[in-house]
Design a protein around this ligand. Structure first.
Ligand code: ZN
Length: 83
């Protein structure tokens, strides 16, 4: 680099980096699934699984993480996660 970037250019670059991180964080999809628990005698092991429970799948790099979304926060998360 022959010249130092001006503070304004550097600030803009920093903002752009933050924005791209943010958009990655928010790029998720909600899905619902039924599940079974660890109690062997529970109804879920007799064909009546728990759920549906809502999860947010977020992909970061090559990894996908699934986060449980409580019912009380489902609408808010759905709003944010809208791509
Ligand atoms: Zn169960």
């Amino acid at each position: 680099m022959t010249r130092r970037a001006s503070p304004r250019v550097r600030a803009r670059a920093r903002l752009l980096r933050q924005l791209s991180t943010l958009s990655r964080l928010l790029r998720g999809s909600l899905f619902e699934r039924f599940s079974t628990c660890t109690r062997r005698l529970c109804r879920c092991h007799q064909g009546r699984p728990h759920g549906p429970r809502t999860y947010l799948a977020v992909t970061s790099g090559k990894r996908q993480r699934q986060h449980y979304v409580p019912k009380s926060q489902r609408d808010a998360v759905r709003e944010i996660a809208r791509a």
